[in-house]
Design a protein around this ligand. Structure first.
Ligand code: GLN
Length: 481
């Protein structure tokens, strides 16, 4: 196996024993990028020169025998929605095509302080709006498992890079499923932590009450290791939670005997591809056979989740995206317009893509006087009901299992003409953003060569449970092979 295909935990072990160097790992990753990037397009920007320097620095630390930090020498890719000082940060949009931040996001700072090697900034749906990474101004990303198919979105570049060996670890963001869906479609592991667990300082906002930063890796253990580094309170983000920072790897091997695992019946109804359902039920059986107690539960307001999400997300986006006006930063229309309002209009019409414009219009409409109560307020009420459902169900269970997506990774172009079809792909993921709960995707095999993701949902700030179940499932399946 080439170094670029190994798990981060394996590589940490090999580095510590001095069997390999960070330079070797980093060169292996860039060799793969050279081979695959023309087809996959996982990156918007790569930072080869500085990466090799960072790798050499990491190796020097090992040579000097100093105590090294957690990710010393491990390659990482960052979704291009997180600000990186001196490195272009585009958010997949023409409007930020020339934006070079003057500061670095807290999560990125933390991984760099932990010794990680930054490989580059990954491709994404413009402003994280999408489920396929086709809405990028820098062209679509393809799924390395099958290049005819989408990698999922919006963190499709991060997931494809991990899946194809173009990085070892990656950071993504999840507003309605954008870590879990691409992880599922590319067959890797990805966790969206509880709202507030990871500082969002330096994250370009899409929908502020839903956005969360999280980890992608080849295994659950890799995700746990990365989460250990990026989580924690940050005074620069007033929504970051003042909670204890656990060691997410501590309970990974505690097993699942006696755990109560809920199966929400509303997640297994019409609309789901039966091939996906069968695959998920196989995984549920595996968990049951290994000691978990499978419990039937109900989340009765699930049917409102998509509508509530797309109202709230677009409403918040319409407000957050008002700042792109051609004045403060980013692109400005170069037509010579003396009138400032017309300059804003031209800049925004030229700078934003089709889906982003659609959402700004939807959101502006939902927030406008006369419609606010009928749409935005209604959506917030539905959100409260959905949260109640989870609170009640969690009185009976320790975690829940569902599919990540109702369908298999679809073909490029298949859903682009019909936005509603694209929105429906998020049916099983958006509720966790509406409620702030943690969830992850672990791979549970393939159907016709296409990966299926198992979603594990936990109580607020109980990522340890989510990761423990994910890791146990991965280990059982590994042993069976
Ligand atoms: N697909 C969802 C959307 O387009 C979720 C995106 C995300 O999580 N960033 O809004």
């Amino acid at each position: 196996m080439e170094l670029c295909d190994r798990s981060a935990c394996d590589l940490v072990g090999m580095l510590k024993k001095r069997e390999i160097s960070s330079r070797e790992i980093t060169e292996s990753v860039f060799k793969r990028i050279d081979e695959k990037e023309d087809t996959i397009n996982a990156y918007i920007t790569t930072t080869r020169e500085t990466a090799l320097k960072q790798a050499d620095l990491a190796d020097k630390k090992f040579r000097n025998g100093k105590r090294t930090s957690l990710l010393n020498g491990i390659p990482i890719a960052i979704k291009d929605i997180l600000c990186t000082q001196g490195i272009r940060t585009t958010c997949g949009s023409n409007i930020l095509t020339n934006f070079i931040p003057t500061y670095t996001a807290t999560a990125v700072k933390k991984v760099l302080q932990a010794g990680a090697v930054l490989i580059g900034k990954t491709n994404m749906d413009e402003f994280a709006m999408g489920s396929s990474t086709e809405n990028s101004a820098f062209g679509p990303t393809r799924n390395p498992v099958n290049i005819e198919h989408v990698p999922g979105g919006s963190s499709g570049g991060s997931a494809a890079a991990v899946s194809g060996g173009e990085t070892i670890l990656a950071i993504g963001t999840d507003t309605g499923g954008s870590i879990r869906l691409p992880s599922a479609y590319c067959g890797v592991a990805g966790i969206k932590p509880t709202y507030g667990r990871v500082s969002r300082y330096g994250l370009i906002a899409y929908a502020s009450s839903l956005d969360q930063i999280g980890a992608l890796g080849r295994t659950t253990e890799d995700c746990a290791m990365l989460l250990n580094v990026i989580c924690g309170h940050d005074s620069l983000d007033s929504t970051s939670a003042q909670v204890k920072k656990p060691d997410f790897r501590r309970f990974l091997n505690k097993g699942i005997k006696g755990l109560k695992v809920g199966l929400p019946r509303e997640y297994f109804v019409e609309g789901i591809d039966t091939r996906v359902e069968d695959q998920i039920m196989k995984a549920v059986k595996v968990l049951g056979k290994n000691g978990a107690d499978i419990v039937d539960i109900s989340l009765p307001h699930t049917k409102y989740a998509i509508s509530a999400y797309y109202l709230i997300a677009t409403a918040e986006a319409s407000s957050n995206l008002a700042r792109y006006d051609g004045v403060k930063y980013g692109f400005r229309s170069n037509q010579d317009i003396p009138d400032s309002v017309r300059m804003y209009e031209e800049t925004r019409s030229e700078g934003f893509g089709k889906e982003v414009k659609r959402r700004i219009m939807l959101g502006t409409y939902a927030l406008s006087a006369g419609y606010y109560d009928a749409y935005y307020l209604k959506a917030q009420k539905a959100r409260a009901l959905i949260k109640d459902d989870f609170d009640k169900a969690f009185e009976k269970v320790d975690c829940m299992i569902t599919p990540v997506s109702p369908c298999l990774p679809f073909k490029l172009g298949e859903k682009m003409a019909d936005p509603l079809q694209m929105y429906l792909v998020d049916i099983y993921t958006v509720s966790l953003n509406l409620t702030g709960l943690p969830g992850m995707s672990v791979n549970c095999g393939t159907v016709d060569g296409l990966p299926v993701g198992l979603q594990i949902i936990g109580k607020a700030f109980d990522e340890e449970m989510v990761l423990r179940v994910g890791n146990t499932y991965e280990k059982i399946v590994e042993e069976d092979v």
